[in-house]
Design a protein around this ligand. Structure first.
Ligand SMILES: *Cc1c(COP(=O)(O)O)cnc(C)c1O
Length: 417
């Protein structure tokens, strides 16, 4: 993605910034767990002329002419999604993960009705009922928390809350939860209170597709996801379901919430789903988890306090305060050293969200570059060193040079420098 002669001629300023961002993505150890490197094939489909076409509606039922190829592309994406996740219905039109969730709310609950989700400070997502989000503004939101000691989702607490508030819908899944989701346990609770269970697998979709995390089906009747995190596709969203709410979901996405689908994205989703069905991808997803476990073990040995003690998936949440530093300065020091992560609250964080106690890291991107357990001690060592010399700019720059050199040995998919 570095050869863009038309762009270079038409808009040198934007062209140059894209080149610089390309270099940045190549030279950093990217540990933000929601990010990845999409393949060159996915990027080509995303940048294709499908961008030019309007196609409101669904395959065979469109409001514009000229859909003979678009219909086939969207149908292929739908069929691949259904096959990969073993479901009977898939909607591939949501513009991203948040609109996918919004469509599910629109399909299942009326404003003012009660919904339940994991609170944002405990690893949930904004769209799971947080106050400043549409989901907390328009719905009566009851938020569950993790256990104060173990930092695990405690189904007894979830059940107590569910029996008290009788939600119409229960969301499970999160953005900063390092452990396995017990979809079966959630389903028992949802059934007992007459709620629909929705699993948001935005972060773990790639792991689920590869069998590296249990699937939400048949326990949940609906799963929402992004397509650009562990699934390694274009930025987009999908709603998968067992078919019981298929009509309401399709109607909620269009015309309920969106206009024309992004056909270039739909095509790239189809490409990513084909890639995700391969043995290579299965190996990739299991390696993501193996890398996260290896990295967690090394960080534990170096005195970092890991939320819940470790990880079962692709991400690690670290309380860095025992190392004498807070989350934000730690994230800034790591960035200066060539390691990209984000500062994050930890459960029951005494500090504020804009300056919290933790950082969040993950292994999807580095695994896409071919790194394995062998490289994790070295990465843990750099994290340790960067945090120890957080105020020494020279020392951080020295680490950054080592890391840029190291990264050259692991070419990133979709990036040519
Ligand atoms: C990333 C994420 C989303 C939102 O996806 P966007 O594409 O950023 O809108 C929703 N739910 C969860 C759990 C996520 O991690």
């Amino acid at each position: 993605m570095s050869d863009m002669p038309a762009l270079a001629a038409a808009d040198p300023e934007i062209h140059e910034l894209i080149l610089q961002e390309t270099r940045r993505q190549d030279e950093y150890i990217r540990l933000i767990p929601s990010e990845n490197y999409a393949s060159e094939a996915v990027m080509e489909a995303t940048g294709s002329i499908l961008n030019n076409k309007y196609s409101e509606g669904y395959p065979g039922r469109r409001y514009y002419e000229g859909q003979e190829y678009i219909d086939r592309i969207e149908t292929i994406a739908i069929e691949r999604a259904k096959a990969l996740f073993g479901v009977s219905h898939a909607n591939v039109q949501p513009y991203s993960g948040s609109p996918a969730n919004q469509a599910v709310y629109l399909a299942l609950v009326k404003p003012g009705e009660t919904v339940m989700g994991l609170g944002l400070p405990f690893g949930g997502h904004l769209t799971h009922g947080w106050g400043v989000n549409f989901s907390g503004i328009h719905y009566d939101s009851a938020q569950y928390e993790v256990d104060p000691e173990t930092h695990l989702v405690d189904l007894d607490r979830v059940e107590t809350l569910a029996r008290k508030v009788r939600p119409k819908m229960i969301m499970c899944g999160g953005t900063a939860y390092p452990r396995i989701w017990d979809f079966e346990g959630f389903a028992r609770i949802a059934e007992a209170v007459g709620a629909v269970l929705v699993a948001d697998i935005a972060h773990i979709a790639g792991l689920v597709a590869a069998g590296a995390h249990p699937t939400p089906f048949p326990h949940a009747s609906i799963a929402t996801t992004t397509t650009h995190k562990t699934l390694r596709g274009p930025r987009g969203g999908m709603i998968l379901s067992d078919g019981t709410h298929a009509k309401e979901i399709d109607r909620a996405v269009f015309p309920g919430l969106q206009g024309g689908p992004h056909n270039h994205t739909t095509a790239a989703i189809a490409v990513a789903l084909r890639e995700a069905a391969t043995d290579d991808f299965k190996r990739y997803a299991h390696q993501v988890v193996a890398n996260a476990k290896a990295l967690a073990e090394k960080l534990n040995e170096r005195g970092f306090r890991l939320v819940s003690g470790g990880t079962d998936n692709h991400l690690i949440l670290i309380d860095v305060t025992p190392r004498g530093i807070n989350g934000k300065p730690a994230a800034k020091a790591l960035h200066a050293a060539g390691i990209e992560c984000n500062y994050n609250t930890v459960p029951f964080d005494p500090r504020k969200p804009f300056d919290p106690s933790g950082i969040r890291i993950g292994t999807p991107s580095i695994t896409s570059r071919g790194m394995t357990e062998k490289e994790m001690p070295q990465i843990a060592d750099w994290i340790d060193r960067a945090v120890s010399v957080a105020n020494d700019e020279q020392a951080l720059v020295r680490i950054r040079r080592e890391i840029a050199e190291f990264c050259r040995g692991f070419p990133a998919p979709g990036i040519r420098v």
